[in-house]
Write a protein that binds this ligand. Structure first.
Ligand code: SF4
Ligand code: SF4
Length: 328
């Protein structure tokens, strides 16, 4: 991360095997429409937020558990993860680094750090002749095109910006509130919350006399021959150790604390996602005049392809006074 803060996303270019495998399979990159790129670009931020929430509550390391390439690299993993990895590679034949762009949570951190980098990729800034070849060569849509100054667009952008700043606090609160509505469902991803739920359901069924006799027999069979009868989570919990009622009370208390943590965490997650969306909209509303093609600090994977295409790197003469190229 520190390296990214100084040199941009060189980790993505030169170290990460996930990036490398996607680069290997790339055949012909097609351009992703801007609106789709912006929408899909929010997914890694959501995935990162979910990953932090589940890790912080001790529920699971979902980022590792659902990494689509680890199963491929280890030649070991369940079919769904291998399938997801294969899907990313198939899509990656025509869309440059889809995992990096639309899922990688570590890429989010590298992106944020690389925004402040001092020595990130610059495509011969004093030699740009606005030929657009770098844009053509970049498979990841990381080149920002030139934009002419247009006072009407700038004014419109300023109005949008004002509006976004005004609605931002409400939007963040809405994001937090909406996500908190599904906090209980998210908490079920924690094994102890799930266990407490199952025990509660089962005890309710017993109290109502609805419990299936086969289930009782199964529990009894497990008690006598645990090696032959696969345990249900509730079986193990009920017959392991003494003082079932005390353990039950402790389990429920722990699950309730976890649900509370998920409730707080889901607010934070919702605010985080809303913040990402609002910052993206603010960024889009700011109309900059750009005179030269530039590599976007956050999106550029520092692969260096554009250098190869840029005439600035091929000895095209530069006018001494203006610093611009002479078109041949
Ligand atoms: S974005 Fe993520 S997966 Fe892609 S190269 Fe960077 S760290 Fe690796
Ligand atoms: S270095 Fe690679 S990713 Fe960055 S702008 Fe150039 S071609 Fe695109």
């Amino acid at each position: 991360l520190l390296y990214s803060a100084i040199f941009g996303r060189s980790y993505c270019a030169a170290v990460c095997p996930h990036g490398a495998i996607q680069d290997i399979v790339l055949v012909k990159a097609i351009e992703v429409p801007d609106w789709l790129e912006h929408c899909l670009g929010i997914l890694p931020f959501i995935w990162l937020g979910l990953g932090v929430l589940y890790a912080a509550t001790g529920a699971a390391y979902i980022i590792c558990d659902f990494d689509p390439f680890v199963a491929l690299f280890r030649l070991d993993g369940n079919a769904s993860m291998l399938g997801l990895g294969a899907l990313f590679l198939i899509v990656g034949m025509f869309i440059g680094r889809p995992y990096c762009r639309y899922m990688c949570p570590y890429g989010v951190l590298l992106r944020l750090f690389s925004y402040v980098s001092k020595w990130q990729i610059k495509i011969y800034p004093d030699r740009c002749i606005n030929c657009g070849l770098c844009d053509y060569s970049c498979p990841y849509g990381a080149i920002r095109k030139t934009t002419a100054h247009d006072s009407t667009t700038v004014k419109k952008g300023k109005r949008q910006l004002m509006m976004l700043i005004i609605i931002a606090p409400f939007f963040l609160a809405l994001g937090g509130w909406l996500t908190s509505l599904i906090s209980n469902q998210m908490a079920m991803g924690h094994r102890y919350v799930k266990l407490a739920h199952l025990v509660e359901q089962e005890d309710l069924q017993i109290a109502k006399g609805m419990k299936n006799i086969i289930e009782d027999e199964r529990t009894e069979a497990f008690r006598q021959h645990p090696q032959f009868v696969g345990p249900k989570p509730t079986d193990s919990f009920k017959i392991t150790g003494k003082n079932y009622q005390e353990r039950r009370a402790n389990l429920f208390k722990y699950a309730s604390d976890l649900r509370h943590s998920f409730y707080i965490g889901s607010w934070a997650l919702g605010i985080w996602v809303a913040l990402v969306i609002i910052v993206k909209l603010i960024k889009l509303s700011i109309k900059r005049t750009r005179l030269e093609y530039e590599a976007d600090r956050g999106s550029c994977y520092a692969c260096g392809r554009c250098y190869e295409f840029c005439p600035g790197s091929n000895g095209v003469p530069v006018q001494a006074e203006t610093g611009s190229h002479i078109r041949e």
